[in-house]
Design a protein around this ligand. Structure first.
Ligand code: FES
Length: 108
């Protein structure tokens, strides 16, 4: 019987100094393109695809814990992926993040 992993993998995606407080960073992890955001020293990860029309959220701006999509102004709570401003209604997928020895890991 083939082995199949059901446990999600932690993937190293960047070092902490690549995503300093107030900044966002696009990274790749497995099949996902992810946008990291550092909010006052805490790092969060969302899929880098706006739930409105699939454009990359990493082109947008981080204001506090809100990530604003460049294309039509939707906003998302970076901590949860919840849509907080139209035209987006649906949430964006969020990923668990850990920082270990100055490296950022995302669970996919
Ligand atoms: S693609 Fe993000 S608001 Fe339209």
């Amino acid at each position: 019987m083939p082995e199949e992993s059901t446990v999600a993998d932690w993937v190293k995606v960047a070092s902490l100094d690549q995503c300093l407080p107030g900044n966002i960073l696009q990274v790749e992890a497995g099949e996902f393109t992810i946008v990291l955001a550092n909010v006052a020293g805490e790092v969060y990860a969302l899929e880098d695809r706006c739930s409105h029309q699939d454009y990359p959220l990493s082109d947008g701006d981080l204001e506090g814990s809100q990530l604003e999509c460049l294309y039509h102004g939707a906003k998302f709570d970076i901590c949860t992926g919840r849509a907080t401003q139209l035209p987006a209604i649906k949430p964006v997928r969020s990923f668990a993040v850990e920082v270990r020895e100055q490296n950022i890991f995302v669970q996919i």
